[in-house]
Design a protein around this ligand. Structure first.
Ligand code: TMP
Length: 218
């Protein structure tokens, strides 16, 4: 029997996650990294959150639907946790156990930053829920791509995209989330690495590649 907060699994070196506020460039940078990893013969899978399994993708639709304005903050966090739990147990853990490297496009730090610091839910509870949903599976390292909320808004407007339910929270919401990520970095400096992400895309990709090469001894 696993109690909330109790870890059931050991950290896997070949499990890393990417974090950041919306429009930080995670998806582009993950693609670049995967290309380089494949060139080096690394077998790697990318999972995105919320999503990555049939059940988790259905939960994603509920979470991001703009018409669900009435969603309560507690409902929201439980849905993120449910989507992650399914992804971890159905997909991430079996892949890691087979020796496949896994890169997560968001993981539990997003819940701490968005639902904890952004929405104002109790941080200790959020961390316990994160541990419970994942059976204690932590990323070996996390790359936090840092941009300002103002830059995120400029990027969104440039792309001409409408806001999803989360994004309609505004700049103040994103400031709290960014501060939340900085707080995680202060608490876990060994795991949580800040990469400034307003610079040139190639320069960021090179910096990430240097880090991953070091961590995975490539
Ligand atoms: P994405 O745009 O990176 O696909 O993420 C979807 C949205 O969900 C994004 O606005 C961040 C938000 N989110 C949370 O609020 N909590 C979480 O735990 C996760 C994984 C994402």
């Amino acid at each position: 029997m696993c109690h909330p907060g109790e870890s059931m699994v050991q950290p896997f070196r070949h499990f890393i996650s990417f974090e950041g506020i919306d429009y930080c460039g995670k998806t582009t940078q993950i693609q670049r990294l995967v290309e380089r990893l494949k060139e080096h013969g690394v077998e790697v899978e990318v999972v995105r959150e919320p999503g990555g399994t049939i059940i988790s993708e259905k939960i994603r639709e509920i979470l991001l639907d703009r018409s669900h304005e009435e969603m309560h903050d507690r409902t929201e966090i439980l849905l993120y946790a449910a989507a992650r739990s399914q992804l971890v147990h159905q997909k991430i853990l079996p892949l890691l156990q087979k020796g496949v490297s896994v890169i997560a496009d968001r993981y539990y730090d997003s819940t701490t930053a968005y639902q904890g610091y952004g929405r104002g839910l109790n941080i200790d509870f959020v961390k316990q829920l994160n541990q419970f949903a994942t059976s204690g599976l932590s990323p070996f390292k996390t790359i936090f791509l840092d941009i300002s909320p103002e830059e995120a808004e400029r990027r969104r407007l440039r792309k001409g995209q409408t806001q999803d339910r989360l994004e309609s929270g505004g700049v103040a919401f994103y400031r709290r989330i960014r501060e939340g990520f900085f707080q995680i970095a202060r608490e876990e400096p060994e795991r949580f690495v800040i990469v400034p992400a307003e610079q040139d895309i190639d320069a960021i990709a090179d910096q990430i590649w240097d880090l991953v090469r070091q961590w995975w001894q490539l």
